[in-house]
Every structure is written in structure tokens, then in C-alpha cells.
Design a protein around this ligand. Structure first.
Ligand code: KG4
Ligand code: ZN
Length: 357
């Protein structure tokens, strides 16, 4: 019996220091042996957002014992690891440098291959952990820094169908939470507040709802909520704003996902109707249930990673590492950190410009 590959994944692109060991099982499915995530929420809370310098210091302090813990909990010896995969981008350069340098040094010391990983590709492949999913599939990636519809044709082969022209969806959740006086990161808190609110109390804007294909826009929502929140009188108002915001997001994603289905089917001839949702916002149960229903109505199989794999983690980085390892796609030790790194290299970097509506 041939030895199944064992990969160490390392993630430090933003405010989570993470390490994970995965192995491929007999059926060719990646299985987690250990998955350690150390969040820096407490470090950044008082600033209302991630402070790069503090984040990098914290990664540096923790990376050594996080990797050691991942190895200890996996039950394997470090000599059994076949390759090291580290996130090389996109993200904060000072943060990326910590996990990237550590991964290179570790691989070099053990004399095993080093593999650089695109963080977004990690999110994109996260549903493959413990499951067999074939290419192609339609991916909705909704995180703190990105909101995109992508047709995933294979490892390293992505076609971007739509993206946000301003804020990312997680950013919109976090900004709304801040206006409601909720601590960072506010996304999960909005979901809790919304449970007690009336989703139809406030009518909020839905930018580019009927145009712009499956591109997205959320910046106008923040401005509308800023105005409404100034007149907040009691706790119930806060619950109603949270519920109305969440309902508006559901409406936007409902409409845009339908458009994305059409664009995906144009490329793939309706061959593989699989819809994968990944990234931190995929943890939102209301958004999940709306998208599950939409998939049922349109004959799509819907796949969500387990909640603990929606946010940033290193198991998803190790999975990309595993796929690249099998293809012998190794990197040299001078591989750079890439603060900007699109999954679809042909797509222009947008941020408020360039999308034809
Ligand atoms: O993927 P992720 O962990 O980090 C990035 O790569 O950005 O996503 C973090 C984002 C944050 O904006 C957070 O507020 C949001 O995901 N988030 C949620 C929920 N859980 C996390 N947003 C809405 N509802 C949730 N339950
Ligand atoms: Zn992420």
C-alpha cells in the first residue's frame, strides 16, 4: 500500500494564526488530523478593526506553538509530513510574511517541498474536506475581504463571473454592526440581533439590483444605515435595523445568485449544477437557508463547508497544498508574499472602478 500524502498547512494572512495537518484517505478524500486556529479578536477589539502591526506581532509570538500543537494533536511525527503549504496572499503583507517564512524554513529544515497557496483558493476548496466534489462548480465566496461568484473549473482554473465593486459582504456586516454599537467582528452579532427584529421595518437600498450581471455592491447600504441609526431610540430599533439589513442582503444574494446560475450554465452547459458557498459570511444561517431553497428550486446541489471551516483556517490551505502536491506543483523558497492575488488572473482588480454596469 502506497503512503498517503500528509500536508502541513499554515495560515496567517489576516487576524487568525492557524496550522493544520491533513491526510488523504483511501478514497482520495482529504481528512483533517488536526486543525488549530488562534483568533486575535481580543487584540483588535478596542480598535474596531484589524491593526496590521499588532496582527503581525501576534502571529510571530504564536506561530511556533500553533504549528507544534497541530503536529502533537495530529498523532503523527513531523518526519512523516510530505510537504508544507503556506498562504502567500492575498492579505496583509506583514502578516503573510510570518506564516510564509515559517513554512519555508520548516520545509527547508525537513528537506520536503514547499507550496505557496492563494488564501481565496483555500476558501474555494474548503468544501472538499471530508467530501468528494468534482469540478466544475459554481462558487460564491463571501468573506471579510472578498465577495465573488466564480466558476471553478479545476485547481488553479477559475473564471470570475462577478465581484463586488465596493465593499465586501463581511465588511458590510462589520460596518453595520459598528454603527449599531456592536463589537468587532460584528457579522455574527448582527445575526443574533436580527432574530429579535422585524425584517420589514426599514426599506434599504439594493444597489445595482437589476443591472451589472452578478456583480455586487454594498457601500450604499452603510450610508442608509448611518442615517437610520442616528434616530435609534431603543433596543428594538437596533434589532429591527439588524433584521432589515440581513433581509436586504438575502434579497440581493437571491437575485444575484440566480443571475450567476445563468452565467455559469453558459460556460458549463448545465453539466454540473453544483453551488458551493464559502468564506466567513457563509456561516450565516439565514443566508444559508435562503440559498439552499434557491438551489432546490433550480436543481442545484448546494454545498456549504461546516461552520468551523467557513472562517479562516489552515485545513483549507492544506487541502490546496494536497492538490498541488499530487500535481507536483512545488514552489521555490524565494516565492514572494502577494498582498493582491486574484484567483482569475485575467480579471481586472476592481475596487470601485472598472465594472461595466
Ligand atoms: O473568511 P473570513 O473568516 O475572513 C476573511 O478572509 O475575510 O470572514 C470574516 C468575515 C467577517 O467580516 C465576519 O463579520 C463575517 O465573516 N462573518 C459573518 C458571520 N460570521 C462571520 N457575517 C454574517 N453572519 C455571520 N454569522
Ligand atoms: Zn478568508
Amino acid at each position: 500500500m502506497t503512503k498517503k500524502p500528509i500536508i502541513l498547512g499554515i495560515e496567517s494572512s489576516c487576524d487568525e494564526t492557524a496550522a493544520s495537518i491533513i491526510i488523504e484517505n483511501e478514497q482520495g478524500i482529504p481528512v483533517i488530523l488536526s486543525n488549530i486556529v488562534s483568533s486575535q479578536v481580543e487584540v483588535h477589539k478596542e480598535f474596531g478593526g484589524v491593526v496590521p502591526e499588532l496582527a503581525a506581532r501576534s502571529h510571530l509570538e504564536k506561530i511556533d506553538w500553533i504549528v507544534q500543537r497541530a503536529i502533537d494533536e495530529s498523532g503523527i511525527k513531523k518526519e512523516e509530513i510530505d510537504a508544507v503549504a503556506s498562504t502567500a496572499g492575498p492579505g496583509l503583507i506583514v502578516c503573510l510574511s510570518v506564516g510564509l517564512s515559517f513554512g519555508k524554513a520548516f520545509a527547508s529544515a525537513l528537506d520536503i517541498p514547499f507550496i505557496s497557496v492563494n488564501h481565496l483558493e483555500g476558501h474555494a476548496l474548503s468544501p472538499k474536506i471530508n467530501s468528494k466534489i468534482d469540478y466544475p462548480y459554481l462558487l460564491l465566496l463571501i468573506s471579510g475581504g472578498h465577495s465573488q461568484y466564480l466558476s471553478v473549473q479545476g485547481i488553479g482554473k477559475y473564471k470570475r463571473l462577478g465581484t463586488t465593486i465596493d465593499d465586501a459582504l463581511g465588511e458590510a456586516f462589520d460596518k453595520t454592526a459598528k454603527l449599531l454599537g456592536v463589537e468587532f467582528p460584528g457579522g455574527p452579532q448582527i445575526e443574533i440581533l436580527a432574530k429579535k427584529g422585524d425584517p420589514n421595518k426599514f426599506i434599504l437600498p439594493k444597489p445595482i439590483f437589476n443591472k451589472g450581471g452578478c456583480n455586487l455592491s454594498f457601500a450604499g447600504l452603510k450610508t442608509a444605515i448611518l442615517k437610520i441609526s442616528k434616530n435609534m431610540k431603543n433596543e428594538q430599533d437596533k434589532f429591527d435595523i439588524a433584521a432589515s439589513f440581513q433581509k436586504t442582503i438575502q434579497d440581493i444574494l437571491h437575485r444575484k445568485t440566480k443571475v450567476a446560475f445563468g452565467e455559469y450554465e453558459k460556460i458549463n452547459n448545465s453539466k454540473s449544477k453544483i453551488f458551493v458557498v464559502a468564506g466567513g459570511v457563509a456561516a450565516n444561517k439565514n443566508i444559508r437557508s435562503m440559498l439552499i431553497n434557491l438551489c432546490e428550486e433550480n436543481n442545484y446541489r448546494s454545498i456549504f463547508p461546516p461552520i468551523n471551516l467557513c472562517g479562516d483556517n489552515a485545513a483549507m490551505i492544506a487541502v490546496v497544498g494536497l492538490e498541488k502536491y499530487k500535481l507536483k506543483k512545488f514552489d521555490k523558497l524565494d516565492y514572494p508574499a502577494k498582498p493582491r492575488w486574484s484567483l482569475d488572473e485575467r480579471a481586472v482588480f476592481l475596487k470601485g472602478a472598472g465594472v461595466r454596469l
